[in-house]
Design a protein around this ligand. Structure first.
Ligand code: DGY
Length: 334
């Protein structure tokens, strides 16, 4: 392919240089290695003339953006979640969306468990105490937390990552695993995770540690709010590695302050990177900046999968992990 006929691709955020090099073998690449987060207008301006875009959760690909970028054929997300895509608008306009599943499953489950452990055993709270110079002597009940081994692990959203967390809990920590999901898993998968299906109400009432791993959809908005928190045990902990908006962060901050649940671990936030100010002032919460998949190996694999999707689709018409192939209107772009 000569340079003049190469498709043009915008890489909307900074990425590993070797991934850019791979893309440059196929495309005219417009990179953003300075890593500015584009406003909607900047994104539209940068997307003019582009055939494809490499996105992260920061770029909202909605109807207005798509309408203003008629040449665009594919949005390849470096993430398993793609709530930054308006999938219906993309399909109607003949724009393929792709995500980056599987390559992050185990790494993200590791982090979910790390956050569960840190939350249950008060790792952040006690470290802050030590750093403030308040540690004067050992005390029998200092920072006593919740038991993890042998306790009941609840998983809300039992996809690949939920199952990987369940396996860790059941096989590594002897936890009794209960889960709730839109649909019940087959018996073999339940057996491999040693997990039992329960209603959402039972999950809330019985879990000692509840981990949220469901994808964000409008229907999942505030799946955990004041009413759900009220159904949890006062000794329970809550971990959100799914998406901001699944938890009502204001209601959670209030429940934590009033000790209506024991503690929470949050990697994702409503309106992130902003964090609800009340969460910053309650002690019994561990806060991390959306890093559940953040190891270099996994982030490189995610970026390479997004690149593979761009290369496959724009050079051969085939993407590895499309999210809207079934609903795509191919003629819409002309
Ligand atoms: C994902 O893959 O969805 C992670 O949350 C990173 O955005």
């Amino acid at each position: 392919m000569t340079l003049a006929h190469r498709p043009a691709v915008l890489v909307a955020r900074a990425v590993y240089p070797e991934v850019l090099d791979r893309l440059r073998q196929h495309f005219e690449v417009h990179a953003n290695q300075e890593d500015s987060v584009f406003t909607r207008d900047e994104l539209i301006a940068r997307l003019q003339g582009m055939d494809g875009v490499f996105t992260t959760g920061s770029e909202r690909m909605d109807e207005a953006v798509l309408a203003a970028c008629p040449k665009l054929r594919i949005c390849a997300n470096m993430g398993v979640g793609y709530n930054n895509f308006d999938v219906a608008a993309m399909s109607a306009r003949g724009v393929l969306g792709t995500n980056a599943p599987d390559v992050l499953t185990e790494t993200t489950a590791d982090f979910g468990f790390a956050l569960l452990m840190a939350t249950a055993r008060r790792v952040a709270e006690s470290e802050h105490f030590l750093r403030r110079g308040e540690w004067n002597s050992w005390r029998f009940d200092m920072f006593c937390g919740a038991e993890v081994h042998g306790s009941t692990l609840g998983v809300l959203g039992m996809g690949r990552i939920g199952q990987a967390i369940a396996r860790r809990g059941a096989h590594g920590f002897g936890m009794q695993v209960i889960y709730h999901n839109r649909s019940r898993l087959d018996a073999a998968t339940e057996a491999s995770c040693k997990a039992s299906y329960v209603s959402k109400g039972d999950l809330l009432a019985r879990a000692d540690h509840l981990v949220l791993v469901l994808p964000y959809t409008p229907a999942a908005h505030h799946s955990i709010g004041a009413a759900e928190l009220a159904q949890m045990k006062p000794t329970a902990t809550l971990v959100n590695i799914a998406r901001g908006g699944i938890v009502d962060d204001a209601a959670l901050a209030q429940a934590l302050r009033e000790r209506r649940i024991a503690a929470a671990g949050l990697d994702v936030f409503e309106g992130e990177p902003a964090v609800h100010p009340d969460l910053l002032t309650v002690p019994n919460v561990v806060l991390t900046p959306h890093i559940a998949s953040a190891t270099h190996g996994t982030r490189l694999a995610m970026a390479n999968l997004a690149a593979d999707n761009l290369i496959g689709y724009l050079t051969r018409g085939q993407a590895l992990t499309p999210v809207n192939l079934d609903t795509l209107v191919p003629a819409a772009r002309g």
